[in-house]
Design a protein. Structure first.
Length: 384
């Protein structure tokens, strides 16, 4: 007798694909890999999903649906934050598929994710405004995005505390962002600031690197070709090769530039500090400034380090460890009772919050976004 097809096969396929995308990354997973994980043929899988892109789309949408359900079922803000904290500290939180892999989608599929993400954020807004009646709609959306940034940080590292403490910490961090008091100054504006250097002629090599950085961040390194970069600059691919021998050389140059920007801003900020709290504030301000001015660079530093060759990847990990150590020392001086693992989780939460807000479509609406981010960041750092 032939085996019966399980009634939930489509959901099982999506779940298996999500697990593999989490474990290996989208570009390192094939449709055949997903089919093999379930013990079915690729043709059986195609009966439910048209392509690997379609699989990724539904994996991300499934994650967003799970998050949205917790928010919509919550009776109040604290209940929502506790449920979400439990979700992100659970085994293999699928937040990473939303945070890390969604940019591998193309065109209409990427737009569908942006729209669904906006819906999820919007569903948290009424809970925020019910708990904090002083918040206007724009402020509530900004805070909601900060909350999701904090929660999403757990998909970007492998640090962990005992489960109960882990959940409590993430609840406190998310709550610190949710209840952060924003100052009165600065309301959303219609447009963002003009691009630096607008109207100046930029050297061709710099144009190539700038467009490569943007494309690597928006689409993912593996999805971009030298021809794509040339087209963005307005030249043929062979002209790109005259400045950079390979796509890898472009990525190395981009990562080095990102590290240099962060290093310079950090040294400048810390050089002005008079006490531990001011050191932490200046360190936060430097990170925010780089994130706002060079958001595509920060995106690459966040998402593409594993694409580097071994030598450069090792050097970059050393830079990351040194940068984290500076933060641990600064935060540890304010919270001396906290163990290093806890301090690192807090720091990851703040960095992820900044990145999530800066990359959102509302970022350019806030002329004083740096001040908003600083208030949110210090709330999370100081009330953890």
């Amino acid at each position: 007798m032939a085996a019966r097809r399980p009634p939930n096969r489509k959901a099982l396929i999506r779940s298996a694909a999500t697990e593999l995308f989490l474990e290996r990354g989208y570009h390192n997973v094939s449709v055949a890999d997903v089919a093999e994980a379930l013990g079915i043929t690729a043709s059986a899988l195609y009966h439910h999903y048209r392509s690997k892109q379609d699989l990724l789309l539904h994996a991300v949408l499934g994650t967003l649906d799970s998050v949205d359900a917790l928010v919509r079922e919550a009776g109040d803000l604290d209940e929502a934050l506790r449920s979400l904290a439990a979700l992100v500290t659970g085994p293999r939180s699928a937040f990473a598929v939303w945070e890390r892999e969604a940019r591998n989608l193309e065109g209409a599929q990427r737009e569908a994710i942006h729209e669904r993400e906006a819906e999820v954020v919007a569903h948290l807004v009424p809970l925020l405004r019910a708990a904090r009646r002083e918040l206007g709609g724009p402020e509530a959306e900004l805070v909601a995005r900060a909350v999701f940034g904090v929660l999403g940080s757990r998909s970007r590292h492998r640090l962990a505390l005992p489960r109960r403490r882990d959940q409590q910490l993430m609840f406190r961090l998310a709550s610190a962002a949710a209840y952060c008091k924003l100052s009165e100054a600065g309301r959303p504006a219609g447009t963002g600031p003009a691009a630096p250097g607008a109207g100046l002629r930029i050297p061709r090599r710099e144009q190539i690197l700038t467009e490569a950085i943007r494309l690597f961040d928006e689409r993912g390194y593996q999805s971009v070709t030298m021809a794509d970069i040339g087209e963005a600059v307005g030249i043929v691919a062979s002209a790109v090769y005259r400045h950079f021998p390979s796509k890898t050389d472009l990525l190395i140059a981009a990562m080095n530039r990102g590290g240099e920007r962060i290093r310079a801003a950090t040294e400048q900020g810390l050089g002005q500090a008079k006490d531990p709290r001011e050191a932490l504030e200046l360190l936060l301000g430097a990170h925010i400034a780089v994130s706002i001015e060079h958001r595509h660079l920060v995106g690459i530093l966040t998402n593409e380090r594993d694409q580097l060759p071994d030598k450069e990847r090792t050097a970059f990990r050393r830079f990351q460890a040194d940068y984290q150590d500076v933060w641990v020392q600064a935060l540890g001086a304010i919270l001396p009772e906290r163990e290093p693992t806890e301090l690192k989780i807090i720091i990851h939460a703040v960095h992820a919050m900044i990145y999530f807000v800066v990359r959102s479509r509302i970022a350019d609406q806030w002329p004083d976004l740096a001040q908003r981010q600083s208030e949110l960041g210090m709330a999370v750092l100081g009330k953890a």
